[in-house]
Write a protein that binds this ligand. Structure first.
Ligand code: MF3
Ligand code: CO
Ligand code: CO
Length: 251
């Protein structure tokens, strides 16, 4: 069952989304060479608390930290650590989710550290473009699979691959609700979009031709590309409106 949010819920989702976007803006200047991902985590936790919100990832299904920090070949769910020091040439996805007044705002960006290889920079830019292509395909009355179709159409020509095992999701009072949002074309997403639905669009794009991933046996969370290739991601939480989408995680 996909929930249709009412006006009051939508207003709360706007506030939560805005706070999540502000959090990414706040953290950006700290995401630099020499900084540990744990330090970034701690600043995010402090900012979130100061704004009367809760970090959704903390203790979510046992996740140990407040945000996800995914470096280079890490696809998603990287765990912030004092041992992970950002270095020149890295890319890092910072994924934040705040709970404000009971509602979730979920957004991520991939940041460049110092001088990044041109090919990797292109991957990052195109991943962001892919997210916006997906968002632009959202129209009430159309099928949800238009999102994946638009992303696939854009991404295919680069020889990259679109991660299939993780996707977007409905969001509201719960961190993850129906529907599952695929970032490639599949009949599994033959779901009619209706005004008032809220979900995330968050493509994970691998630079190599394989979408395969593996999960760390050691920590049970860190997802990496199976072939070691670099992976990028961007995420927004969006609301289906009359004939388009409203981005809720915009500052
Ligand atoms: N923020 C992630 C998403 O976009 C989910 C992280 S779950 C966690 O869905 F437990 F790893 F934090
Ligand atoms: Co997220
Ligand atoms: Co999400």
């Amino acid at each position: 069952m996909i929930k249709i949010k009412n006006a009051e819920e939508i207003e709360k989702m706007r506030k939560a989304g805005k706070l999540a976007a502000h959090l990414l803006d706040y953290i950006e200047p700290f995401v630099k060479e020499g900084v540990s991902t744990l330090y970034i985590n701690d600043l995010c936790e402090e900012f979130t608390q100061k704004h009367g919100a809760i970090s959704a990832p903390l203790h979510y299904n046992g996740f140990p930290k407040s945000i996800c920090t995914s470096i280079n070949n890490v696809v998603c769910h990287g765990i912030p650590s004092a041992k992970d020091i950002l270095k020149n040439g890295d890319i890092v996805n910072i994924d934040v989710t705040v709970i404000l007044d009971g509602y979730h705002g979920d957004t991520s960006r991939t940041f460049l550290i110092g001088e990044v290889d041109d090919k990797v920079k292109s991957l990052v830019k195109r991943t962001e473009n892919a997210m916006y292509r997906g968002i632009d395909a959202v129209k009430s009355g159309k099928y949800l699979y238009e999102v994946g179709k638009a992303i696939e159409k854009y991404i295919d020509k680069f020889g990259y691959s679109i991660v299939r095992d993780y996707g977007g999701h409905g969001i509201g009072r719960n961190f993850h609700e129906e529907p599952q949002v695929y970032h490639h074309f599949t009949q599994g997403n033959k779901i009619r979009l209706r005004k008032g639905m809220i979900f995330t669009v968050e493509p994970m794009i691998n630079m190599g031709p394989s979408y395969r991933i593996k999960t760390s046996a050691k920590d049970g969370w860190t997802v990496t590309t199976a072939d070691g290739s670099i992976s990028a991601q961007f995420e927004h939480t969006i609301l289906v409106t009359d004939n388009s989408a409203e981005i809720l995680t915009k500052a």
